[in-house]
Design a protein around this ligand. Structure first.
Ligand code: ADP
Length: 446
């Protein structure tokens, strides 16, 4: 980067130096030309007065080293010329400055020599007797002048290149040094310092990105910790039914079980494998939610129809648990994955029956207004103590472990509900009084 900055500054400085030089030279040449012309004009006026008073004698007595003086009669005939024999000179009537002087009293013109290396200035005045006096002076053309000045110009250009070089390296250093000195881990310390004024937006951006990076890092660490914990919990949870199954099987295999106890043992094996299946299903569901592959399904779903289905499939279980299961409400539409919405409703209703008491009841209600569709699942069950209400949504958290196991719980139902609801930006509210019952309310924005 520094070589690029250096090159840019060097080129700019050189171009500025050289163009200033050319402009100053051009303007000075213009200015001195004008001064020269004015001088020539006033000298012509003086000479005209001299000729008017003394005639040819005045001209012959003049020292005319730098000038050429020509006196022209009113018919254009040259009467006198300081540089040539007037008798051999052609008629001067057609010369621009002479013609102008005959017409208006004074005339001026500039003519280049055939090689363009010299310029000739002419100034002419008409005298009272009708004749015209013309004075001319030579000036070197700009090219000739420049050629003559080649050596000093070469040194000036060289000096400007050296100056540009020095300036460019100094400026590059001043720009690049503070940038290279920035500690990207702590850019905030440079804010407010003079040499970093122009870099403040960059410093602020780095600070902002650093904060974002730290946040992301913390998030990644947290997620990986949760994953590790989850994996450890999963293996533990899977091992328990597997140990039980292999234990029962081993007892039967070694003939330690009496003939009449074999059936109840088989029943236990079946129960444990059912729990294992539920556990695996719940883990798969949670993993699916974690990977967010469910995002892709977006259908218009009737929450009431979904609740009807869930209640229908739980009816026989509720009856066996002597719990009354009722559904109320009307159609309420939300967008989402019907399978996932079913999972929310099913898990809540299943818990409401599981953690109920014989003779208890569960009321499932679906309502809607202009902005929200609401699912409410209330039960008259054992309730959840205040201090556990937050934690029941955590993976594998159970208020009463043995009760959950007795009723075939996996400890994952509510975390699936929470995760799925979050995907639809739905809010979950829990009200519960131990011994009286619980109400879960899920509010879906439309
Ligand atoms: P589980 O498979 O154990 O039911 P959940 O994640 O569904 O797992 O619920 C976590 C814990 O929350 C349960 O073990 C239970 O202690 C408590 N819980 C959930 N729903 C209810 C409810 N309706 N009434 C009382 N306790 C409940």
């Amino acid at each position: 980067m520094s070589s690029k900055i250096f090159r840019a500054i060097f080129v700019v400085a050189t171009v500025v130096f050289l163009s200033s030089l050319v402009m100053i030279l051009g303007m000075s040449y213009e200015y001195f030309t004008q001064v020269e012309q004015k001088r020539l004009d006033s000298e012509t006026a003086l000479a005209a007065q001299g000729v008017a008073c003394n005639g040819r004698a005045f001209l012959e007595g003049l020292e005319t080293e730098d000038f050429r003086i020509t006196w022209i009669a009113s018919d254009g005939q040259v009467l006198y010329d300081s540089n040539a024999d007037s008798s051999h000179m052609e008629n001067h009537m057609a010369r621009e400055e002479v013609r102008e002087a005959f017409e208006t009293g004074r005339g001026e013109s500039i003519r280049y020599s055939s090689t363009l290396s010299q310029k000739q200035f002419y100034a002419a005045r008409r005298l009272t007797d009708g004749s015209v006096l013309r004075v001319s002076i030579e000036q070197l053309a700009v090219w000739t002048l420049l050629a003559g000045l080649a050596q000093p110009i070469f040194f000036i250009v060289l000096l400007s290149l050296v100056l540009s070089f020095a300036l460019a390296s100094r400026l590059t250093n001043r720009i690049v040094k503070p940038i290279n000195r920035i500690d990207p881990d702590n850019p905030i310390q440079y804010l407010g310092r003079e040499e970093y004024r122009e870099l403040e937006p960059l410093l602020r951006r780095i600070t902002h990105q650093q904060a974002e990076l730290k946040r992301d890092q913390a998030e990644i660490e947290k997620t990986s910790l949760i994953r590790q914990e989850f994996t450890a919990n999963v293996s533990h949870e899977l091992k328990t039914p597997l140990h039980a199954i292999s234990g029962y099987a081993e007892l039967i295999e070694t003939g330690m079980v009496r003939e009449q106890d074999i059936r109840p043992f088989a029943g236990k094996i079946r129960m444990e494998s059912a729990r294992l299946t539920r556990l695996v299903e719940d883990i798969i569901e949670l993993t699916r939610l974690d990977s967010r592959s469910v995002d892709t399904v977006d259908e218009c779903c009737d929450l009431y129809r979904i609740a009807e289905n869930a209640v229908g499939s739980l009816e026989s279980y509720a009856a066996s648990a002597q719990t009354e299961l009722t559904l109320e409400g009307k159609s309420a539409f939300v967008r989402g994955d019907p399978q996932l919405l079913h999972s929310i409703v099913y898990n809540l209703c299943d818990n409401a029956v599981k953690y109920n008491r014989p003779g208890g009841s569960v009321l499932v209600r679906v309502t809607e207004d202009a902005y929200y569709a609401t699912l409410t699942v209330s039960d008259t069950g054992i309730g959840i103590p205040k201090e556990c209400q937050e934690r029941v949504f955590e993976r594998f958290y159970r208020v009463d472990k043995s009760r959950s196991k007795d009723v075939g719980g996996t400890g994952l139902g509510l975390s699936i509900v929470k995760h799925a609801a979050a995907l639809y930006l739905a809010r979950i509210a829990l009200e519960s009084t131990p011994g009286e019952g619980s109400t879960f309310t899920v509010t879906f924005p439309k």
